[in-house]
Design a protein around this ligand. Sequence first.
Ligand code: PMV
Length: 335
Amino acid sequence: MPITARSTPNIALIKYWGNRNDGLRLPAADSLSMALNTPSVEIIVDDSDVLDIHSFESDGRERRMTMKHVLRFNRHLELTKQYLAELGSPEAIPASVSITIHSAIPPGIGIASSAAVFSCLAQAYAGLIETERKLSREEISVIGRLGSGSAARGAFDGYVALEAGTGDAIDSAKAVPVADDQHWLLYDIIIVPSRKEKEYGSTEGHSLARTSPLFPKRVQEIPRRQRECIDAIRTRDFEKLQRVAEEDCLDMHEVMRTSTPSLQYLTRDTRLILEEITVYRRMKRLPVLYTMDAGPTVHLFCPAEAKEDVLHFAHEQQGCTVFVAHTGKGAHVIN
Ligand code: PMV
């Protein structure tokens, strides 16, 4: 029986950048994100004799799968089998699968499309094997992480931490819930200056993190930031959240910039938007924070009372595409 799952991006407020084990995507440090309600991806999986993958855009056009993409899905399936074997259910998943992806998320521009895709696929696999073995949300997060580290966080609703753990066991890093999507409604007004896909994907980027002289300090600082961020979310303290999220985001981009080769995901457009939002929020005394992933896209998080002003600001940005999202659910099966 085919299984369909749905998921959305999750945007980090404490960023995951760099692994202690690249092959298993075991992160070097903790991270924390908020799940969005939109844009979404749906994935249908079913038994198949050979790995068969098709991916469609929201207008129905088929997206070309490169060899690199196919190898990534293949490796993810192999790692999922390895993990299920370690859980004592080696036969749970079929020898191979067909995967059909319908995604409304533009890839490669900093809207966490791979987090959405692999959290969705992990959930679809969990649905496919449910009669053999029922997986917990934490176990689903491990399967997501094996495809894209940040996908681990897509296994839960709302605000989610990825606990890095220690050692090299396949399940030594997993997601845990911090607060559900009803706890605190925050908007993410997403400003996309360019739809050009980045040259260096985050998989390559993570493996360069440790070439930055700033990386050890970053890893050292994260436990404190993670605690502050969790505390800010639990007490709904926006000012505190802004301070720690912006500190962490700028620090990650400095690590990227000082790695070898240097990775510069932020463009002139990104920097202009940051300058302008900083002036605008001071002028209007607006609660709004910025954060950027591995791309030029700017995420402006704000509570409901600031939404209209932030949206107005976003629409003033020439030549940019704007998405509006808010706190949402993690991956789930829809049939
Ligand atoms: O999950 P990956 O390998 O696509 O890495 C995600 C990296 C960032 O988006 C930059 C940060 C994060 O925590 O989501």
